[in-house]
Design a protein. Structure first.
Length: 227
């Protein structure tokens, strides 16, 4: 069987009717969310797990994604699971060549139920989103007409209360610093800082620890009267 027959076709369909064909990546099914792009050149695992991308289908403008695989350390969410609704790339590397890799990108996405698509002209998509603005979209292996309907029926992201989706259920302490990646000496904890978690990134907490803070992180829904 040649490679072309092994490819499982997928589509990314924007609410304005634009349909881009590609290859299924990660979990199979359908994902609906706001289509956006990021111009970061590295750190796709950090993008996938960044709470600020919750509910969005993120397009990577860097053309080749997945060549360093994924691991248990390069996540930005306090929980390890991705926060994106879907993932769009031009070229998904079939190999993970980094010594730190523990899992291929495709397997990582599939394990966490993230629907993705590869072999998409991300330059065209980025120009369109840049010029016309972010809009709802659907990605998956269903027919384009069905995906278009799903995209148009999805709620607008504006005004949605997403804090409830990304804040933790219970308070927790945080003691991990940046370790070998720190740019200066680690300072002993001199200040007790309470962090309201509206979807905080791990690296913010690491930087606070390295700056000499003892951290207690509480859900954003916790009021001062709760103690």
């Amino acid at each position: 069987m040649n490679d072309s027959t092994q490819r499982e076709r997928a589509w990314l369909v924007l609410a304005d009717g634009t349909a881009l064909e590609g290859r299924a990546l990660g979990a199979r099914g359908v994902a609906v969310g706001e289509a956006v792009f990021t111009t970061t050149l590295t750190g796709y695992q950090e993008v996938l797990t960044d709470p600020s991308y919750y509910g969005q289908i993120v397009t990577m403008t860097s053309p080749e994604i997945g060549n360093v695989g994924t691991n248990a350390h390069d996540t930005e969410a306090v929980g390890d699971a991705p926060r994106v609704a879907g993932f769009v790339v031009r070229d998904a590397s079939p190999m993970a060549s980094s010594w730190r890799a523990q899992e291929h990108l495709d397997a990582f996405l599939a394990r966490h139920g993230v629907v993705g698509i590869a072999d998409v002209d991300t330059r065209q998509l980025t120009r369109q989103l840049r010029d016309r603005g972010a809009q709802n979209a659907a990605v998956g292996t269903e027919e384009p007409e069905t995906l278009l309907r799903r995209a148009r029926e999805a709620p607008d992201m504006n005004g949605l209360d997403l804090v409830q989706r990304v804040t933790p259920g219970d308070p927790y302490t945080w003691t991990e610093g940046r370790g070998a990646w720190a740019t200066g000496p680690h300072r002993p904890a001199r200040h007790h800082v309470v962090v309201l978690d509206y979807g905080v990134k791990r690296n913010i907490l690491r930087c606070l620890v390295d700056s000499g803070c003892r951290l207690t992180v509480v859900p954003a829904t916790t009021s001062a009267s709760d103690g």
